[in-house]
Design a protein around this ligand. Structure first.
Ligand code: SF4
Length: 213
């Protein structure tokens, strides 16, 4: 059974193998402000970043502040975000979140996890994403890829995203948390796919206990 020190060493090696392979420019969601990132993150559920970027190109020109989203009829907002899928739920989430921003924080993005989590529809994944981009607050973003890869890589025994977040935080220094999440996301999309992980072409094959699943 691997102890914490060994697991940390392996996490460091995984980081260093993957880091040069995935350039930062590949960070897929496009945004200029933390508020835009918040909206893009809500839209990205069950949708590719490419498709989200297509939609936000015109969306961000039309809606600039939380108040703009609140002023629009929900049917109009649904139409504007329709190509991202699940548009009714997403429109509702955007409205709820914008209402929270206006009611609780004067329309500004708050700077702590605790405050972010008070916004309707905002979970730790979205909060970590936005806090990292807006305020450089380190955090592990656990999406479906990070969850799958950290389990396959034996970096966690947990299935619950909040617990996985804590497990990964123990393995790497804070300044690497965000980048490590991004690396697992890219690697999950390109190589270690959910249905058919490409072990043979995997750069971290030797560091992975699941290299023959
Ligand atoms: S060896 Fe296979 S399971 Fe492990 S990270 Fe690579 S692709 Fe995924």
């Amino acid at each position: 059974m691997e102890n914490l020190k060994e697991k940390r060493r392996r996490a460091k090696q995984i980081f260093e193998k993957l880091d040069p392979l995935y350039t930062k420019e590949k960070t897929a969601l496009k945004y200029r402000t933390p508020f835009q990132l918040l909206i893009a993150t809500i839209l990205s559920a069950q949708c590719t970043d490419k498709q989200v970027n297509e939609v936000t190109k015109s969306l961000f020109k039309k809606y600039k502040t939380p108040q703009d989203y609140l002023a629009a009829p929900i049917s109009q907002l649904e139409e504007d975000i329709r190509p991202t899928g699940f548009f009714r739920n997403k429109a509702k989430s955007i409205k709820g979140c914008c209402q929270g921003l206006v009611d609780l924080y004067n329309g500004e993005i708050p700077s702590s996890m605790e405050e972010m989590l008070k916004l309707p529809g905002v979970g730790r994944k979205t909060a970590n994403c936005v806090l990292g981009a807006a305020f450089d607050i380190p955090g592990v973003v656990v999406d479906t890829h990070v969850k799958r890869l950290s389990m396959r890589l034996g970096l966690t025994q947990n299935r619950d995203p909040d617990k996985i977040e804590k497990d990964i935080e123990k393995l790497l220094p804070a300044e690497r948390w965000r980048r490590f999440s991004d690396l697992l996301i890219y690697h999950g999309r390109e190589v270690c796919k959910a249905r058919k992980p490409d072990h043979i072409h995997c750069a971290i094959f030797k560091l992975c206990p699941s290299n023959s699943i």
